[in-house]
Design a protein. Structure first.
Length: 145
């Protein structure tokens, strides 16, 4: 079950990131209806990621970095920036969606130009963290920071 939750989390966020890229391409082509649909799908996939990730974290605990000492600083810098931007990503995404639903497209566009790179960085850095911990992770058996 632990592996399944991990895989579901990783693939849902990957598909979410792909959805964001497709959504941006759609709006640049002027396809507002499909942009709207794809971006809401990307948001739903990101929410699913959060459910799978928190379920795995709550049921099985954390995994610590146990790789080469020379990489420890780079790993923790990546983890810190990923965590900080992930925490900002959710509220910012909800605000951008809110602006679009209210028809405030100038605000939507302005904040989406910040949100998209943040979303993609969080998705890609999450994959890197997943792969590093898959190779060098040390099971903690509980929730630890």
């Amino acid at each position: 079950m632990k592996e399944l939750l991990g895989l579901l989390a990783v693939w849902s966020i990957a598909l979410s990131g792909a959805g964001v890229v497709v959504g941006v391409a759609l709006i640049r082509r002027g396809e507002r209806v499909w942009h709207h649909r794809v971006m809401l799908l990307a948001t739903a996939l990101a929410a699913l990621f959060l459910v799978f990730y928190l379920a795995k974290w709550g049921l099985y605990g954390t995994t610590a970095y146990g790789g080469p000492e020379a990489w420890r600083g780079a790993y923790y810098l990546l983890l810190f920036t990923h965590t900080l931007l992930a925490a900002l990503n959710g509220p910012l995404a909800l605000y951008v969606i809110w602006c679009a639903l209210r028809g405030e497209f100038a605000l939507h566009r302005r904040w989406a130009r910040i949100l998209v790179p943040v979303w993609l960085y969080v998705a890609l850095s999450g994959w890197v963290i997943y792969l590093v911990l898959k190779r060098y992770g040390v099971e903690r058996g509980g929730i630890a920071f």
